[in-house]
Design a protein around this ligand. Structure first.
Ligand code: 3HC
Length: 674
């Protein structure tokens, strides 16, 4: 017989539903979309817990998430304000200290603070499809609610650090992650009854606090060795969170539980306030904002099941792989039969490689191939929901009128074009170019496709201009101007590489190749140094010489005195430039260009530019993209640096009024929108 007591504690009214069923208090978290542990959830949970603790009818407590998931983490949007009590660690401690057994019922994506909450419960019953993870490092943070302390106690430092340093989302039904679950349930409909019955089983056993578990530290020598090598690895990168994560896990091993938690709390507080974490949190929301494009057509995004891809080149085959990975049915149209067979064989090989590497299971690879049909183009188009024309050169003659075009650099579009960052099957960015002549239904189709492929669309109003292209040209123009002013390309690259650019401008230009055609003078004033160098017969890395010399050991780039001589001869006297001015000037030039793109309505907001440059152009995510990086560096400092130089390309270097207004009004670049 089920006795049912239903009560609502006032303050938890909406975020927590409280039920007592047959002696088990069920605390259901209801805070869509992902049940993030925002203040009303934390406050409500604490009150509900107190109520359950004192209720003599309650023998065990079940914590669950309503809707699609158990909490997917702390509320990231709250991190910019001072923490409001109760904060997640306090909640976890209260759950763990509860005198009655507390069970977590897991489903969905149990991440970050949500996973830590689950670990603080005494037992866990999980749906098999549940995925767990500690993705805080992707936000420049470490787990801050006991995750660095409880996880290694349960599964050892190796698995704990793999989880914390990778931030990966992992299946709870596979070892070693199955250690986290005391009971796995296959069918969603059985989860609640299994969890309630489990609660009854543990009523007699009582609480089992994770802080008392020690099985993860069973081998102290191996633990010590693992910690030492992880500390060494983490010290190499520019990001602070991995270093702090290793230190916190070491504290779990060496210190009493409370002292380890205090270490974690202090490290978390320092990281949350850091520019790196601010940039990474911004990047998280910027990507989600970019994907929200207001549409003129009122209809919901169309559903895409079968996609026809046209073309036989590298881009087409990358798109076929991307579409298969996303679970789409793919109809690949290639006119020539021999080319078609070779193209299919190539895709088969790449899936086989993924199986051998362990990146893909045999079943998934076979299912992907079963969804691929190759044939003559008209036949392939016939049953497709959407046609994506990725043929090289001009548009495929057989492409139907409404087809979307996967564009190449420099190509203009008449309707909507998709500029996939390369390689298209791995990269997450797609610039969705909407030309003025585009038909009303083309943009919704393009967005639906990009989202279906699991990629991030950035809407660009243009018939050919891309954000990536514009910003890259601005970076090169700025880098050339710094040489005009007296800096050497090697100093510029070294400073920017230390700052975090993976491929600084002169190395980047060598990699893509230098062109000697055209004039050495830039239209706005100053020199195009790539043209100067190319005209001296140095066309870039492929040719063994460009700005750098690649003819030595293993083709590594080496500074070349001949290039410096060439520059000095062509430049004559230069005013000279302090190295400290390089970063603010580069950021100023990029921020200026970004403002122009928003001002002209090419993109809707500054953060869209950052998304493009972070996802598609190797800009360090922990700097937040060029616009956010300029803000974090200090727009006032950036503007002062631009105003302090005397370069002939004045229109380029004059700070845009919008930038100046932001400094004057004390607002951030998030206010910059068309
Ligand atoms: N806080 C605040 N909002 C969040 C959030 C979070 N932790 N996680 C997701 N959201 C929001 C998103 O911004 C989005 O809002 P919008 O609809 O207004 O744009 C909405 O929830 C849905 O998110 P997605 O579009 O990303 O939905 P998906 O279904 O594609 O993905 C997810 C769901 C896998 C949960 C993904 O959102 C995700 O990875 N979230 C972040 C998880 C995370 O980083 N957790 C750790 C937070 S830090 C922490 O917990 C600190 C602790 O140690 C103290």
């Amino acid at each position: 017989m089920t006795e049912r007591v239903t009560g609502e504690v006032q303050a938890m009214a909406e975020a927590i539903h409280y039920d007592v069923t047959d002696g088990v208090a069920v605390l259901s978290i209801c805070h869509p979309p992902v049940n993030a542990l925002a203040w009303p959830v934390r406050d409500g949970l604490l009150r509900a817990l107190t109520q359950a603790e004192v209720d003599p009818e309650v023998g065990a407590i079940l914590v669950a998430g309503e809707g699609s998931t158990f909490p997917a983490g702390a509320d990231i949007a709250e991190f910019d304000a001072a923490p409001k009590d109760p904060w997640v660690p306090e909640l976890c401690t209260r759950l763990e200290n509860c005198a009655k057994p507390v069970v977590a019922e897991l489903h969905g994506t149990v991440l970050g603070g949500g996973f830590e909450l689950a670990l603080a419960c005494h037992y866990r019953v999980a749906l098999r499809a549940t995925r767990v993870g500690l993705p805080e490092v992707k936000l420049g943070l470490i787990p801050g609610a006991g995750g660095t302390q409880r996880t290694p106690r349960m599964v050892g430092v190796k698995v704990a650090l793999d989880m914390i340093l990778s931030g990966r989302i992992l299946p709870i039904d596979r070892p070693p992650y199955s250690t986290f679950a005391d009971l796995l349930v296959a069918a969603p409909n059985d989860l609640r009854s299994a969890a309630l019955s489990f609660c009854h089983d543990v009523m007699a056993k009582g609480p089992r606090p994770s802080r008392d578990r020690q099985e993860g530290f069973a081998d102290p020598v191996a633990t010590q060795t693992e910690l030492r090598s992880r500390a060494e690895e983490a010290s190499e990168g520019p990001e602070n969170a991995p270093r702090e994560a290793v230190a916190a896990v070491e504290a779990a091993f060496l210190l009493p539980f409370e002292a380890g938690c205090a270490f974690e709390e202090a490290a978390f507080a320092e990281l949350v306030a850091s520019d790196q974490s601010k940039a990474l949190r911004y990047a998280f929301f910027a990507e989600r904002r970019a994907a929200k494009v207001p549409l003129t057509a009122a209809a919901p995004l169309p559903r895409i099941g079968a996609l026809a891809v046209l073309g036989a080149g590298a881009l087409a085959s990358q798109l076929v792989v991307a579409a298969l990975d996303a679970g789409l049915t793919v109809r690949w149209g290639i006119a020539d039969e021999a080319i078609r067979d070779a193209a299919r064989a190539e895709v088969e090989d790449s899936l086989e490689d993924a199986v051998s590497d362990g990146a893909l299971s045999r079943d998934v690879a076979s299912a992907s191939l079963a969804r691929l049909t190759c044939g003559a183009t008209p036949l392939m188009i016939r049953d497709a929901d959407l046609v994506l024309d990725a043929s090289r050169g001009s548009r495929a003659e057989t492409a139907p009128d409404g087809a979307l075009r996967a564009t190449a650099p420099g190509e203009t579009v008449a309707g909507v074009g998709l500029r996939f960052a390369r390689p298209a099957h791995l990269s997450r960015l797609v610039e969705v170019l909407e030309a003025p002549q585009a038909k009303a239904d083309q943009l919704p189709l393009a967005l639906a496709l990009v989202k279906r492929l699991g990629k991030v669309p950035v809407h660009v109003r243009s018939d050919g201009v891309t954000v990536g292209g514009k910003m890259t040209r601005a970076l090169h123009r700025a880098a050339d101007a710094l040489v005009d002013l007296g800096a050497s390309p090697y100093d510029i690259d070294a400073v920017l590489s230390d700052w975090g650019l993976e491929l600084p401008p002169f190395l980047q230009r060598d990699a893509t190749g230098l062109k000697g055609v055209g004039t050495e003078e830039r239209p706005g004033g100053g020199r195009d140094w790539a043209a100067v160098i190319a005209q001296a017969g140095r066309s870039g890395r492929a040719a063994g010489r460009g700005f750098y010399n690649y003819r030595g050991d293993a083709g590594a780039p080496v500074a070349d005195p001949l290039v410096l001589e060439m520059i000095e001869r062509a430049r004559g006297d230069a005013p000279g430039l302090a190295k400290q001015a390089i970063v603010p000037l580069m950021l100023g030039a990029l921020a200026n260009e970004g403002v122009r793109l928003v001002d002209r309505g090419i993109v809707a907001r500054a953060s869209d530019i950052d998304v493009v440059i972070m996802l598609g152009h190797q800009f360090p995510r922990w700097r937040g993209g060029p616009m956010k990086a300029a803000e974090l560096h200090g727009l006032f400092r950036v503007i002062r640096a631009m105003e302090a130089i005397d370069h002939p390309d004045r229109a380029f270097w004059a700070p845009e009024p919008w930038l100046k207004a932001m400094v004057r009004d004390g607002v951030g670049i998030e206010t910059l929108s068309a």
